[in-house]
Design a protein around this ligand. Sequence first.
Ligand SMILES: Nc1nc2c(ncn2[C@@H]2O[C@H](COP(=O)(O)OP(=O)(O)OP(=O)(O)O)[C@@H](O)[C@H]2O)c(=O)[nH]1
Ligand SMILES: [Mg+2]
Length: 182
Amino acid sequence: MGRSNVGKSSLLNRLLGQPGLARVSKTPGRTRAIHFYLVDEKAFIVDLPGYGYARVSREVRRTWGALVDAYLDRRDEPRLAVHLVDIRHDPTPLDRQLAAALAARGIPSVVVLTKADKISGSAAGRARARARRVLELDADAPLLVTSARTGRGMADLARVVDAALAGRPDTAPSRTGTRETL
Ligand SMILES: Nc1nc2c(ncn2[C@@H]2O[C@H](COP(=O)(O)OP(=O)(O)OP(=O)(O)O)[C@@H](O)[C@H]2O)c(=O)[nH]1
Ligand SMILES: [Mg+2]
């Protein structure tokens, strides 16, 4: 999950080692439906449409929230939400809203800063600290730095996903109790 154009489809392709699987596009807002990818006939990796793309109509924006809310409210809750944020930009209010919606439902999540190949190592360190602050992450909440281009961080991401599937998340769910909608 994450903003439009943040690199969701690219990360999914890199994680699964299948470059052409999910459609990657320079045009933000390309992924408009929920795509389920069955992995090893065992688990689904789900590519959700991105939010925050200014040029989509109000109607599309409204449907996005309803679509993602409906997905999160299924009985079969996701084991893990992977929340992507472009490492070059601070998390937006919509990112905060997503983080709150996940926390309210008690869905374990991992924040992933994408496109790390586009900035220097020291800038990446600063971006991590800012993302942690803006999203109000606990000190022990997982926060990864990745690049779908270079493969950076993919082994760490695979470990977090495996742990979640095995039912031993290193991501502490903390249900806040309040009902959050997107
Ligand atoms: N340099 C660099 N570019 C990336 C990386 N990941 C994605 N991109 C580029 O960012 C653009 C958007 O990538 P997508 O994977 O389609 O992003 P998305 O989040 O699925 O976009 P929507 O489905 O439209 O919401 C494409 O031009 C990708 O090539 C990365 O790690 N490094
Ligand atoms: Mg996409």
